[in-house]
Design a protein around this ligand. Structure first.
Ligand code: UDP
Ligand code: MG
Length: 328
């Protein structure tokens, strides 16, 4: 039977929790009683995650597994999930049970009322460090002030999207994907359900500071050109103030007996300008790098194998693989 709901679960080194996550998702969806599929996307885990899910997949006809050839990142894993999902409503949920599976039913309820995007809004975040909460807050506020459209505050990727929305998103081929931004960008009838974000069931966060920063940079640069304008503002302010400063020094020289000692100011000004120029070059580099990414036109991800899909789909995969071999 064709699944009505597809639940996408991106996984990176989640061996400690994935068994529980599966059991919980199954319990909730079986209880609901409509056909569903669980699409687990293994994002290049280095632990036993894929073996565990593979075993589950063999015993449960509702489970699919998409196995990446390496780690491509959380946002890409979600994107792959959307490519493989066959349901009419698609739900994205983290593998660590921080997003309570029961909330999915509320989302489905809203979907049945006619909404096409139902996102989860975090009322509280349990068991996360103060640092994470503060940086997340700063990120959402910055994002809001820099972009021209409304990305809802305090939402993650835990959300339901309609088949229509999924198809539109699949058509957006940009490489630096910030899925929640894209979902806001496409529009449609959107609403939210509120929930309390639980503690991680087990294991460590897979978003160390480094990934968080690149995630934030992706989010901001793929939706806003405003950072580029910083260059103009800073440049203008600085040339104006150095002009005033020069006037002051000149007047001092001409009309008073004090003269400014030379090299201190020169070094200070030099450092200031060099720093600013480097910073702005880096910023412009970010955008140029993104143009480069887009122009390479590489696939977003590479699938090593896909399990549990219809035979047709697997056949298709094999064909694609052959094609790839042929190209190389
Ligand atoms: N994840 C992924 N690829 C990565 C990092 C994370 O697929 O490179 C998955 C991870 O397994 C989890 C989800 O993305 O299902 C969110 O990650 P995590 O819970 O570590 O982030 P946090 O909740 O701490 O922000
Ligand atoms: Mg988490």
């Amino acid at each position: 039977m064709k699944a009505k709901y597809s639940i996408i679960v991106p996984m990176y080194n989640e061996e400690e929790v994935i068994g529980h996550t599966y059991a919980k998702l199954k319990e909730v969806m079986d209880g609901y009683g409509e056909p569903y599929e669980l699409v687990f996307v293994n994002d290049g885990s280095k632990d036993q995650t894929v073996e565990i899910v593979d075993a589950i997949c063999q015993n449960d006809v509702n489970v699919r597994l998409v196995n990446f050839s390496r780690n491509f990142g959380h946002q890409i894993a979600i994107t792959a999930g959307m490519d493989y999902a066959q349901g009419e409503a698609i739900i994205i949920i983290d593998a660590d049970l921080q997003d309570p599976p029961e909330v999915m039913l509320e989302m489905i309820g809203k979907w049945k009322e006619g909404y096409e995007v139902v996102y989860g809004k975090r009322l509280k975040r349990k068991g996360e460090s103060a640092f994470k909460k503060i940086t997340a807050m700063m990120f959402y506020r910055t994002m809001r002030s820099l972009t021209n459209f409304d990305i809802p505050m305090d939402t993650g990727d835990f959300r339901l999207i309609d088949r229509k929305v999924c198809d539109v998103l699949r058509g957006l081929k940009e490489k630096n994907r910030f899925v929640r931004g894209l979902v806001s960008w496409v529009g449609f009838r959107q609403t939210m359900v509120e929930y309390v974000r639980e503690e991680r069931f087990a294991g460590e966060t897979k978003y160390p500071l480094k990934k968080m920063i690149s995630f934030a940079v992706d989010g901001i640069t793929s939706f806003s050109y405003k950072p580029l304008k910083i260059a103009t503002y800073i440049g203008f302010t600085l040339s104006a103030s150095s002009f005033v400063y020069l006037l002051v020094v000149l007047c001092q020289r001409l009309f008073t007996s004090t003269t400014q000692p030379g090299w201190t100011t020169i070094v200070a000004i030099n450092l200031l300008f060099n720093g600013i120029i480097l910073m702005l070059l880096g910023l412009i580099g970010e955008y140029i790098g993104r143009i480069y990414d887009e122009s390479k036109n590489r696939p977003l991800y590479i699938v090593r194998e896909a399990r549990g899909f219809d035979e047709e789909k697997e056949q298709e995969e094999k064909l694609k693989e052959k094609e790839r071999e042929y190209v190389h």
